[in-house]
Design a protein around this ligand. Structure first.
Ligand code: PEP
Ligand code: MG
Length: 586
């Protein structure tokens, strides 16, 4: 039966593929295809892991003290029985043989199938055996992690003629886990939780593949191997579509590929408005490895390097100065003399340091981490770590044009403390005889207090960058990662537009650089409005640059500026912008 699951659209386009269901706790399991000639050795790897787990369990049983409760031994019997059951290891081998999944992926795919069968059992005792099955799989995964994996040679779904494309379905994926899927086997994503500018959604968008988040029941309704259409424009997942619907979407998929190819031709065209205003289109990146793609997409620099991704999923072992320096230098060198804006860590909220997801964090603490120790507040509470990051960034500035960007500035005191930290970091580098270059310093304007008091902040900074994702969240008191209020997260709200317009106007009047690096910058629906506000620097995912450039090339900046007040004074700025800022048709 065909069903539709509705969620929040994240990134454009249509993906059609078979569902791979991944439990949230297992999204960090490696997912890759093995080369067909490695099938036998991969099955051997699984067999060895199974034998080793059998030994472990038998030894545990043998070493049970004589007074141990009888249930313990019985439990180990159940685990051994599950381990040897054909529906676990036998069926897992089929995923390896038929689909060429690596052993870990095959095992977690089969676990998802079996877990659902357990969930549907009438008998409570049997239903509870799901936890035992998960424990057995956990043991197998641990042992597999110790053995040499098969070579996967970076093979993707499209490299396998005849393989079906795959889409990932999960309840929740943390932003750091999402990053692991970059360049991987999945052609689309659906998650149960998340809002349009949650960091998981942002990372999905940076991969430029269709995704829907906040689809609530998706991971319960969709089954392993179901055919799924992900409509990233409308925010819908169509499960097991009829042939007619499938054909319609295949047509749309071809159309959007053609459109992309057409836009791609603009990559190296300078972004200048019809009336000759040059506009800077910069890239947002998460890791230094994204920099070559940014250049390729035609970015004239990096407007936001979210360095917190270097700090996440590291089980407490944070990158030291050398590791950070190498990462920042790699990005600077890759950008070949173009400016690179390195934001100091924005840890916290939905980007926690440890392995917990934001969902788990929320429940565990019952507090709102978006209002907690995040971003520059976190850095200032860890002064040694902050100086270490500042030293690493300063050192990278000896290799190119570097700008430092401070996230979530709200208080002047934070500015003073940061400048002191910078002074000390420079002093420490001087003492150690280490080279560094000049850097510009900027502040993210993403807390309403900073936008309201922009004139107090501007004298301290060379530039400011509007973080509209957080500015919307904090202005409207809407958690950007919470799908239940996603419909109220409104970038068009007059208060939000007022703060954005004010920041741009005041920064320009003070002769300071001003950019937008929130998702608004990469959304073509806002290009004319931001130009009308006087914005000339936009930072976005590389994949969006061509679409924004097309809007810039068709815009008349002076004409747009003359119409700004009509939009800002309207009760419905979105409709007003559509009618007054649209390019004249000729
Ligand atoms: C923003 O808040 O708009 C921003 C760019 O920062 P982040 O999305 O990383 O919070
Ligand atoms: Mg932000």
């Amino acid at each position: 039966m065909s069903i539709q699951v509705f969620g929040v659209p994240v990134s454009r386009g249509v993906a059609i593929g078979r569902a791979v269901l991944v439990a949230s706790s297992r999204v960090d399991v490696a997912h890759y295809y093995i080369v067909p000639s490695d099938v036998d050795s991969e099955i051997d790897r699984l067999r060895s892991a199974r034998d080793a787990v059998a030994d472990e369990l038998t030894n545990l049983q043998r070493e049970l003290p004589s007074d141990a409760p009888a249930e313990l031994s019985a439990l180990l019997d159940v685990h051994l029985m599950l381990l040897h059951d054909e529906t676990l290891t036998g069926a897992t081998k089929n995923w390896i043989r038929d689909r060429h999944y690596n052993a870990e992926w095959a095992l977690s795919a089969q676990l998802e199938v079996l877990a659902r069968q357990f969930d549907e059992m009438e008998d409570e005792y049997l239903r509870e055996r799901k936890a035992d099955l998960e424990q057995v799989v956990e043991r197998l995964l641990k042992l597999l992690a110790r053995s040499e994996p098969a070579v996967h040679g970076g093979m993707l779904a499209r490299d396998f003629a005849g393989e079906d494309p795959l889409v990932l379905v999960a309840s929740d994926i943390s932003p750091a886990d999402m990053l692991q899927f970059k360049g991987g086997v999945f052609t689309g994503f659906v998650t149960d939780v998340g809002g349009r500018t949650s960091h998981t959604a942002i990372v999905a968008r940076s991969m430029d593949i269709p995704a829907v988040v906040g689809a609530r029941e998706a991971s319960r309704l969709i089954r392993q191997d179901d055919w799924v259409i992900i409509d990233g424009d409308a925010g819908v997942a169509v499960v097991n579509p009829s042939p007619i619907v499938l054909e319609e979407y295949r047509f749309r998929q071809r159309q959007s590929e053609l459109e992309r190819a057409r836009l791609d031709r603009l990559r190296h065209t300078p972004a200048v408005t019809l009336d000759g205003e040059p506009v800077e289109l910069l890239a947002n990146i998460e890791l230094p490895g994204d920099a070559p793609g940014a250049l390729e997409a035609g970015a004239v620099g990096v407007g936001l390097f979210r360095t917190e991704f270097l700090f996440m999923n590291r089980a407490g072992n944070l990158p030291d100065e050398e590791e950070q320096f190498e990462a920042y230098r790699a990005a600077v060198v890759a950008m070949q003399g173009l400016p690179v804006t390195i934001r100091t860590v924005d840890i916290g909220a939905d980007k926690p340091l440890d392995r917990m997801t934001s969902h788990e964090l929320r429940h565990e603490h019952g507090l709102n981490p978006a209002l907690g120790l995040r971003a520059v507040r976190w850095s200032l509470s860890e002064p040694a770590m902050f100086r270490q990051q500042l030293r690493a960034i300063l050192r990278a500035s000896a290799f190119g044009k570097v700008r430092i960007l401070l996230p979530m500035v709200a208080h002047l005191q934070e500015v003073h403390l940061t400048f002191e930290a910078l002074k000390r970091a420079r002093q420490q580098l001087d003492d150690a005889g280490r080279a560094y270059g000049p850097v510009q310093i900027g502040a993210m304007i993403e807390v309403p207090a900073a936008a309201i008091s922009i004139d107090r902040l501007l004298p301290y900074f060379d530039f400011v960058s509007l973080g509209t994702n957080d500015l919307i969240q904090y202005t409207l008191a809407i958690d950007r990662a919470d799908e239940s209020v996603a419909h109220l997260y409104d970038p068009w709200h007059p208060s939000v537009l007022h703060l954005v317009a004010k920041t741009i106007a005041h920064a320009r009047a003070a002769g300071r650089g001003v950019s937008v690096c929130g998702e608004m910058a990469g959304d073509p629906a806002f290009t004319e409005l931001l130009l009308a506000m006087g914005l000339r620097s936009f930072s976005m995912h590389p994949a969006q640059i061509s679409a924004i450039k097309q809007r810039v090339l068709r815009a008349d900046a002076r004409r747009l500026e003359s119409r700004l007040s009509a939009v800002l004074s309207s009760d419905d700025p979105a409709s007003m912008a559509r009618s007054t800022l649209a390019a004249p048709s000729n």
